[in-house]
Design a protein around this ligand. Structure first.
Ligand code: SAM
Length: 281
């Protein structure tokens, strides 16, 4: 018996009575062509430990195993799915480990051997929080993230300056990783369909990721917290809190005080963070 002999995902859902729970952001992918397309983005899988967040009935889980994931840890909060996932595990020759619990509290770096990848059709309600945790981890503990988000979040990850979606998420993600939007997925591809379309993004660590995400986070929070204001206004209180002369700080980072945050390149935010850190130690 092999992974190919498993019942269809619809049968699995019927057998185990796995109706979607909206509170847990449950929208399932039952089309194995689509789950395979996502798994292919994560190739090569041989030699990697893979964490899958929110496997649900296991469509993406199956695809990742079929594509050769050497060790797959599937972290699922909803215990109703555990029996269906165990059925997949029985056919996976020891390659699937199921961890029941909240992925926000699961320590991937401690529990999975390097090199690691994270692949997921993320629950919308906690997806962005998870992504921020992963990109701000120091050091980065992953070699690749392949993540399905609602389209708007995916666009925020890859956005360029002076575009509508450019903001804090773009600056943080692009400071540590090469970020690309691989493909869009229409809402009707999910069961049940969510209200909005989705997209898969792929993040791969830069050769030299920006190191101080904590300070970068403070700068971007202040700047984008008042998105419409010029930086000489929005960054004033952060300068004061750190006993910095605002004009000197901006000049040192070669940033125009009259610029608005959405026009500022990622590198300029990094210079602001470096100058802030250097002056406060
Ligand atoms: N991967 C499945 C698929 O593509 O069909 C299900 C994706 S569904 C969008 C999100 C899954 O994440 C659900 O199975 C849900 O129970 C699970 N989930 C929600 N919050 C979670 C959390 N904090 N930790 C782990 N799993 C979570």
């Amino acid at each position: 018996m092999s992974l190919n002999d498993l019942p269809s995902l619809s049968e699995t859902i019927k057998t185990y009575d796995l109706g979607a729970n909206k509170k847990l952001g449950q929208h399932f992918l039952l089309d194995m062509n689509l789950t395979d397309k996502i798994a292919r983005l994560a190739e090569p899988l041989e030699g990697y430990s893979v964490a899958e967040i929110g496997p649900g009935p296991g469509g993406l889980t199956r695809a990742l195993l079929l594509r050769g994931a050497e060790k797959l840890v599937a972290i699922e909060m909803d215990e109703r799915f555990i029996s269906a996932l165990a059925e997949i595990g029985d056919k996976a020759e020891g390659r699937l480990e199921i961890a029941q619990g909240d992925a926000l509290r699961y320590n991937i770096a401690a529990n999975l051997k390097a090199p690691r990848k994270i692949v997921a059709n993320l629950p919308y309600n906690v997806g962005t929080k998870m992504l921020i945790d992963w990109v701000t981890a120091s050091p980065l503990f992953w070699e690749q993230l392949v993540l399905m988000f609602q389209l708007e979040v995916a666009e925020r990850v890859v956005a360029q300056p002076s575009t509508a979606h450019y903001g804090r998420l773009a600056v943080l993600c692009q400071s540590v990783a090469d970020c690309r939007l691989a493909f869009e997925v229409p809402a009707r591809a999910f069961t049940p369909p969510p209200k909005v379309d989705s997209a898969v993004v792929v993040l791969e660590p830069l050769e030299t990721p920006f190191a101080d995400l904590k300070t970068l986070g403070r700068v971007t929070q202040s700047a984008f917290g008042q998105r419409r204001k010029m930086l000489r206004r929005s960054l004033r209180s952060l300068a004061e809190q750190n006993n910095l002369v605002l004009e000197d700080w901006l000049a040192g980072a070669e940033v125009d005080p009259q610029a608005r945050p959405e026009t500022l390149p990622v590198k300029a935010f990094q210079r602001l963070a470096q100058a802030l850190k250097a002056s406060v130690g």
